[in-house]
Design a protein around this ligand. Structure first.
Ligand code: NAP
Length: 220
């Protein structure tokens, strides 16, 4: 039997953090939920326990402490905050999987703040050179987690990373959440994945997808 993995979710009470936490609580994981908002964190723990009394959860207020205990660290925070957190966790995140879900959108949601030759995930990898940064969950909306099947189709969730084992581990995690995992390539493919979500956001605003939409590759 596989050993139970410990996952730290930094930014656990945000839209994505809470959606990811609720979904992962259905899997065989120990979750360390980090938020600066204690009341919202208590409420999230209560909600998760009401649907899954056996969920193994701990609320932790320090990102370094949560990351130290974790095998996998999910940064469910804005792009700018990723950098700030990276400096706090760099020592304790050595050799660990760090998942970047960020879309580095500009303030008007019509472009990315990153240069075309890089991505949020690659910038994070530069700050955490001894960690295994993997891009995941950036092409799925928070609302997709409670309903990962849209219009009868299981939503695809793309993954990019340089470490093969780390990518496989994240693939399992994406499946547990309920999405169809697709390994898209190495970490530089994050540039495309982050632009894909920019496009989906733009289309969602134009055609009113109500922040509940996803990607699906149809093939024979
Ligand atoms: N919303 C979506 O559908 C969606 C989809 C795909 C990807 N994303 C990406 O997911 C990330 C989170 O988006 P969101 O919509 O969940 O945002 P959100 O609801 O605003 O939540 C962000 C969380 O980040 C934490 N945070 C902010 N600044 C921080 C800092 N300096 N240090 C530590 N924690 C900090 C906050 O946690 P505290 O509780 O600790 O204050 C907050 O709960 C973004 O990078 C976004 O691009 C979002």
């Amino acid at each position: 039997m596989k050993t139970k993995q410990t996952i730290a979710i930094i930014g656990a009470t945000g839209n994505m953090g809470s959606a990811i936490s609720k979904s992962l609580s259905k899997g065989n994981y120990r979750l360390l939920l980090k938020s600066a908002k204690q009341d919202e964190l208590d409420e999230l723990v209560k909600q998760i326990r009401s649907t899954n009394a056996n969920a193994e959860l701990d609320a932790i207020s320090c990102p370094a402490e949560a990351s130290w205990e974790a095998d996998i660290i999910i940064l469910a925070v804005p792009f700018q905050a990723e950098k700030e957190i990276a400096t706090k966790i760099s020592q304790v995140a050595n050799q660990k999987i760090v998942i970047s879900i960020a879309n580095p959108l500009n303030e008007t949601y019509d472009g990315l703040v990153t240069d075309p030759g890089t991505s949020a995930a690659e910038e994070l990898q530069k700050l955490l050179p001894n960690s295994k940064v993997v891009k995941a969950f950036n092409t799925t909306f928070a609302a997709d987690f409670s309903t990962p099947v849209i219009a009868g189709k299981q939503v695809d969730a793309f993954i990019a990373g340089n470490d093969k084992d780390a990518v496989e581990t994240v693939k399992d995690l994406v499946s547990v959440v309920g999405f169809n995992p697709i390994v898209a390539g190495d970490l530089s493919v994050s540039r495309t994945l982050e632009n894909m979500q920019l496009l989906l956001i733009r289309l969602g605003m134009k055609y009113n997808y109500n922040w509940h939409a996803g990607w699906k590759i149809l093939h024979n």
